[in-house]
Design a protein around this ligand. Structure first.
Ligand code: TRP
Ligand code: ZN
Length: 888
């Protein structure tokens, strides 16, 4: 079939904008069905740009142009041209004022980009290229403008009128309409623009900045949700303080506003002075939100707040630089969260997520560098690579420089580039200058895609006491990048003696032994050899401590060595990682050999870990150690994913733990009972995590008393963490063991929470993730549920996303029904919301990882999608790249 393929945008084609917009005064006449936008733009030719054809090009999509005037003269149609995606004004002067009037239709906007309706409110989402759906503009991040905004709306329906910056006046007109004026003194790119209008209630507080300015803080929510904002507010204040202490960054406007909306494509958005959030990342009460939800809120509130400096004050020159703000800001929010609770557990969670999402992305058809070279649709590049790998790349620089020099580097960055739109190169140069180090090879981390693999081998010379470690690095080829160069890799190593204590890691040639502990090695060559001396016996190496670089390490550990590291490694991360490796290895053996019994040594190791649950144990860390690798992660470790084998093996192992360690697990339940008083401290969360991990194992081999405990925990309804954990066990359990307890619990949960959308999402999600054989039928039934809708992204993710990503066993059913189901939903969604449709494609991009039958089935669905006319650029890009088609 013939199709005109959408254009590919290349980094190498970057040119500075021909015109700049110094000032924009916008007036909105707000209405749900129809909104009029009047824009007054002060433009001038950019002295730093080459002269073009003399015409002015303004981006604009889905706009109805009513009028355009240049320096107060209304232009006749001959002097401009309206295109599908632009307004071209012919032969403009070097400096002028342009006025446009356009109409937009928020109620028809299902893409949730630009101005749209959520519930009864109006709100905007402009990143990356949504502002062009609001008015004609040069919609690119290197055009930084001072915005002032007037919002006019019906005072009763929209009593709250918000925009970026500082409020500078409000009046009520005679016709019952209200006008609110906002002025943002900081020049900003259009993607940070925001307005909100609605009947909202504010939860308010204040924050006194380092220099003593008092800043009102407001969280705006629908009135029924004012009792769910405490945690978000607490997180915000903690983040504001932390940014002052750790980075010397103060807040800079007279007010900071947050709005929670229920229809939102992503997590949240850092619009200057007016952060807009997916309600999921604001609203929480102990009875409605799990500990994971609370942690997510803390992290996302901080993330968006931190963008005020890393993203807003200093922004991106172009969208290829997205990781400049996202990688750095994720690194900042990770460090903030680490400081709020357990640093070790936070690192484990972050690495778990990197391995689950970024490593597969790096190994698939959408692989791209942290700074991509090209894209078709920028919305497809808000990825784990740009965010999470980008954060690792900043973390490595922080580690290479050490805390003092890293702080010098960030100070220099803030000072040098405040108010500018810059590049990742500018960031690295600051680190280089302030750190006085050479990062020329390190820069390859931004340009080279793929996860480096480190093959490690060692030898010990008993005569000389020398231990040699050889490390070969290679990065697999990725689409469009067939040759890979060696990277500079910080590689943290420890050496353990037979008793499990750290040895001094002394390099050959050094006259003095360092103190025992971790040594940071710098890898630069494809093959590196390090010889360590002064050893009495062969040590056990502890490699990549703290996960010092985003790489895969291969070393031929024996089971005994892994068990040893799991028990003794002074590095908490590597203790956890050794446990994971041991479990992965065993599980892969169980997959290969279905009648292999679970080895006693493994059960004993888990039993020993359980014994660590004493008064001063870190229960959260223990819970991490006890969590088996996910089915998807296990699949990632296989040459060909064995969907059914993995599920069977994992259930077999869990049941063996549940049966054989029953008493120890019951002990964990006893010791970690929930106190009457709810507590959100890290210790209390750790106890819940550990207890629910134990309950999960026990429910794999359920006796009536355990089922009863589980049901009691559900019914007690003490907090959502415990309720969901118990409900999940009941829903997943075989009815042979639990009767209709699962169904009953689901019904009770629905009745209790039908009117709370965020809790109801959990109800949809749990059913979609169930391993029960009838899950797909059930999910199809739920599409018809009165509470299901394709127009709310959270609901779509809860049902369809949870099934496709969170339920490999049923999604990858060999009859192909799961694939057909997903393709059907994507095709329904694409005309409504291409961003969400495109994100749902993810599990199908991985088709090459499966057996031939499944490969053919998935491919057939991808090809079917590609045949459809009028596909969005978003979906087109992911599908065509997944099928291995070249773009240029
Ligand atoms: N910049 C936002 C963040 O990282 C994320 C974002 C990008 C976004 N595009 C979006 C959010 C579209 C919502 C919709 O915090
Ligand atoms: Zn961000």
């Amino acid at each position: 079939m013939y199709r005109t393929t959408p254009p590919v945008i290349h980094l190498k084609d970057y040119r500075p904008p021909e015109f700049l917009i110094d000032r924009a005064a916008l007036h909105f006449d707000l209405g749900l069905e129809e909104t009029a936008v009047h824009a007054e733009l002060d433009l001038r030719r950019n002295p730093a740009a080459k002269r073009g054809d003399g015409d002015l090009y303004l981006d604009g999509e889905h706009l109805e142009l009513l009028e355009v005037a240049l320096d107060d003269r209304t232009l006749p149609p001959a002097e401009y041209e309206i295109r599908e995606d632009a307004l071209v004004v012919h032969r403009v002067p070097d400096r002028f004022r342009l006025r446009t009037r356009v109409l937009i239709r928020p109620a028809d906007n299902t893409a949730l980009e630009g101005l749209y309706v959520s519930g009864d409110m109006l709100c905007t989402q402009c990143e990356a290229e949504g502002f062009r759906r609001i008015t004609y503009f040069i919609d690119r991040p290197d055009v930084m403008t001072r915005f002032s905004v007037a919002l006019a709306a019906d005072a009763e329906r929209f009593p709250v009128l918000l925009a970026n910056g500082n409020p500078v006046g409000e009046e009520t007109l005679e016709d019952g309409r209200k006008v609110a004026r906002w002025d943002d003194p900081f020049p900003k790119p259009s993607y940070l623009f925001a307005v909100v209008a609605g009947d909202l209630a504010a939860v308010s507080d204040r924050f006194t900045t380092l220099s003593g300015r008092e800043v009102p803080l407001n969280i705006y929510v629908e009135p029924e949700n004012t009792d769910k904002c405490d945690h978000a507010m607490r997180s915000l204040k903690a983040a504001m303080r932390w940014d002052e202490e750790r980075y010397g960054r103060e807040y800079d406007l007279d007010v900071f506003n947050i709005v929670a909306v229920s229809h939102f494509n992503m997590g949240a958005m850092e619009n200057k002075g007016l952060n807009v959030f997916n309600a999921k990342y604001i609203l929480a009460r102990p009875d409605t939100a799990t500990d994971m939800d609370f942690a997510g809120i803390e992290g996302v509130v901080a993330h968006e707040y931190f963008h005020n400096w890393t993203g807003n004050r200093i922004t991106c020159r172009d969208w290829f630089q997205l990781s400049l703000k996202e990688g750095f800001t994720v690194y900042r929010d990770q460090e903030f969260s680490a400081d709020q609770s357990s640093r070790g557990v936070k690192r484990i969670e972050d690495v778990r997520m990197l391995r689950a999402r970024q490593f597969p992305e790096d190994a698939g058809p959408m692989a791209h560098p942290v700074r991509p070279d090209s894209y078709i649709e920028i919305n497809n590049f808000y990825t784990a690579t740009v965010y999470e790998k980008g954060a690792e790349v900043v973390r490595m620089q922080a580690n290479l420089l050490g805390p003092e020099r890293f702080r010098k580097g960030t100070d220099l960055y803030f000072e040098r580039f405040d108010g500018q739109a810059v590049t990742t190169e500018d960031f690295v140069r600051c680190m280089e200058e302030a750190g006085d180090i050479d990062l020329s090879q390190f820069r390859r981390w931004y340009a080279q895609a793929g996860t480096p693999v480190l093959e490690c081998a060692d030898s010990f010379d008993a005569h000389t006491g020398a231990y040699t470690l050889e490390i070969r690095q290679h990065t697999p080829t990725t689409p469009g990048q067939s040759t890979k160069l060696p990277l500079q890799i910080p590689f943290a190593v420890g050496l353990l003696d037979a008793a499990g204590a750290d040895l001094p890691v002394q390099l050959d040639g050094e006259t003095e032994a360092p103190a025992p502990g971790t040594r940071m090695l710098a890898l630069r060559e494809a093959v590196e050899r390090f010889t360590f001396v002064g050893l009495d016996a062969e040590p056990v190496p502890s490699l990549l401590r703290g996960f010092s670089a985003p790489v895969i390490v291969r070393y031929p550990y024996t089971d005994a060595q892994l068990t040893f590291l799991m028990a003794h490694d002074s590095d908490g991360f590597n203790r956890w990682d050794a446990a994971q490796s041991l479990s992965v290895r065993l599980l892969l053996e169980l997959v290969a050999e279905s009648d292999k019994p679970v080895p006693e040594a493994y059960i004993e190791a888990v039993g020993r870990a359980l014994k660590q649950d004493d008064a001063d144990a870190d229960q959260a860390l223990l819970a991490e150690v006890l969590t088996l690798p996910s089915e998807s992660y296990l699949g990632d470790q296989m040459t060909v994913v064995d969907v059914d084998g993995i599920h069977r093996a994992r259930e077999q192992l869990a049941a063996a733990i549940g049966e054989q360690l029953r008493d120890a697990l019951l002990g964990v339940l006893e010791r970690n009972q929930e106190p009457v008083e709810y507590d959100l401290s890290p210790a209390a969360m750790g106890r819940r995590a550990l207890r629910n991990a134990a309950l999960g194992y026990l429910m794999r081999a359920p006796t009536p008393d355990i089922v009863e405990r589980c049901r009691a925990q559900f019914e007690a309804g003490h907090n959502m963490t415990d309720v969901i954990a118990a409900l999940r066990c009941l829903v997943d359990a075989d009815p042979e063991h639990v009767g209709d307890a699962g169904e009953q619990a689901l019904t009770a949960f629905y009745q209790r929470w039908a009117e709370d959308p965020l809790v109801l999402d959990k109800w949809f999600g749990l059913q979609a993730q169930s391993s029960r054989p009838d899950t797909l039928e059930r999910v199809e039934g739920l599409l018809e549920h009165p509470k299901f809708t394709l127009t709310n992204p959270n609901r779509v993710r809860a049902l369809i996303g949870a099934f496709a990503v969170g339920n490999p066993l049923r999604f990858h059913a060999v009859d192909g029904a799961g694939y057909r189901f997903l393709a059907d939903r994507i095709l329904e969604l694409d005309p409504l919301n291409p961003q969400i449709a495109s994100r749902l494609l993810y599990p199908m991009t991985r088709w090459r990882r499966y057996d031939e039958i499944r490969q053919a089935l998935i491919r057939a669905q991808l090809e079917r999608i590609l045949e459809v006319e009028g596909l969005s650029n978003d979906v087109y890009e992911v599908v065509s790249k997944s099928l291995g088609q070249e773009q240029d």
